[in-house]
Design a protein around this ligand. Structure first.
Ligand code: 13P
Ligand code: SF4
Length: 391
């Protein structure tokens, strides 16, 4: 196999992602019921343009930074999950919000938009393995244990945006906040001002990296709550002593980067600066030179001088786009093998065309509609995030 200019070896997985098949190891999701245009249809770009033009201001298309180029081209706004949540909330005039991202993002958009607006996810199979790692039942059981141990009253839930609407509603019911990788530090500080402990859901790495590297807590102030074990795998004493209870969840994409990747790229690319997302493990983040959210990664590369060299540890679609947009800089992917988010990649041009043309025909397909009770409490937690200082 030969490496491309990003330093990535093609793999059989990359071919699978381009097709319609399901990857046996990929995130849970439901399949798309639609009659999709063929991916080989040469008129897809023209059809997407025509459908968008026909819909005009009635449609607003949001595109997460990890989406494919062919989809990003049709996004009215691109951003990380924080920026997209704000953008969705700020467009009451759009009847349809087409969310090119994953399921939990579309749920958040539905929660933050008005009843007169409908949110569409072009492929319902675009889930998120991290979000699936915390179910509402598991979190309710954990809260019961914290109640029995006598610490629930002083524990504030902080849930990463990458969680289901049900987990967001749990967070709102219990006086907590949502956070994203852009504002996890301010969210955790707010929670520790309000209570004595944080239950951080569902990404243990973002939680640990924020607590230790941003708030200056010690590693052993944090314990990992394993939902598959009785009492989370902890003693009552460990639960009482901990400041941060980290849910045992992770991102299957960012979790692939290792310390060896960092060592290897430093040998391969002279003078390289290693820049990673905080969903990477603590070991990777502490070995790297810089850590920050998707928006931080983009800003850092935009501000970097010509001739500088960067190895980036985040989703491959974004890294490829940054490399194309900055030919005056050396930009390589931190891993040597392919690392797309397989569910983000499920949104492709055929699905987007199908969703937009269906709207033109008066059919709302793949609507994401969160029930009223869940919406109410999830909105409490999302509004709390939007009200955090500095947002
Ligand atoms: P942000 O969009 O908050 O950077 O999160 C990254 C991610 O994994 C989205 O699924
Ligand atoms: Fe989920 Fe990770 Fe994909 Fe984001 S990149 S959608 S956290 S699996």
């Amino acid at each position: 196999m030969t490496m491309n200019e990003l330093g990535v070896e093609p793999s059989p997985l990359a071919l699978l992602l381009l097709g319609q098949q399901r990857d046996a190891d990929s995130e849970r999701g439901t399949s798309c019921p639609g009659e999709l245009p063929a991916a080989s249809d040469p008129s897809l770009v023209a059809r997407a343009r025509a459908a968008k033009a026909a819909l005009g201001d009635k449609v607003f298309v949001l595109g997460h930074h990890y989406q494919r180029d062919e989809v990003i081209e049709f996004a009215d706004v691109t951003g990380d999950s924080f920026k997209l949540a704000r953008e969705a909330a700020a467009r009451p005039e759009a009847s349809y919000v087409v969310f090119c991202g994953v399921h939990f993002m579309a749920e958040s958009a539905d929660i933050l938009t008005g009843n007169h607006q409908q949110v569409v996810l072009p492929d319902l199979a675009a889930g998120c393995s991290m979000a699936d790692m915390a179910t509402a039942e598991q979190v309710a059981e954990a809260w019961d244990v914290l109640t029995d141990v006598g610490v629930a009253d002083v524990t504030v839930p902080v849930s990463y945006m990458n969680s289901s609407a049900a987990i967001k509603a749990f967070t709102g019911r219990h006086g907590g906040t949502i956070c994203t990788s852009s504002n996890a530090e301010v969210a955790m500080r707010w929670a520790l001002d309000k209570g004595e402990k944080v239950l951080f859901l569902p990404d243990q790495h973002l939680g640990r990296n924020t607590a230790v590297l941003r708030l200056g807590l010690r590693l052993d102030d944090c314990v990992v709550w394993n939902p598959r074990k009785p009492n989370g795998g902890l003693t009552d004493e460990q639960i009482r002593a901990a400041k941060i209870l980290l849910w045992k969840g992770h991102c299957s994409v960012h979790g692939r980067f290792s310390r060896e990747c960092v060592d290897e790229v430093r040998e391969r690319v002279p003078g390289v600066t290693v820049l990673v997302h905080p969903e990477c493990t603590h070991e990777v983040v502490t070995t790297a030179d810089l850590v920050g959210s998707t928006e931080f990664i983009i800003r850092t590369i935009e501000a970097a001088p010509a001739g500088s060299a960067w190895a980036i540890g985040t989703e491959l679609n974004l890294v490829s786009r940054l490399a194309k947009a900055h030919p005056d800089k050396t930009i390589v992917f931190l891993d040597k093998t392919v690392c797309f988010c397989s569910t983000m990649n499920r949104i492709d041009l055929p699905h987007l065309v199908w969703a937009l043309e269906s709207l033109v025909d008066g059919h709302v397909v793949n609507r994401i509609d969160v029930d009223d009770d869940t919406t109410h409490f999830a909105k409490v937690a999302l509004d709390q995030m939007l009200a955090l200082p500095g947002n």
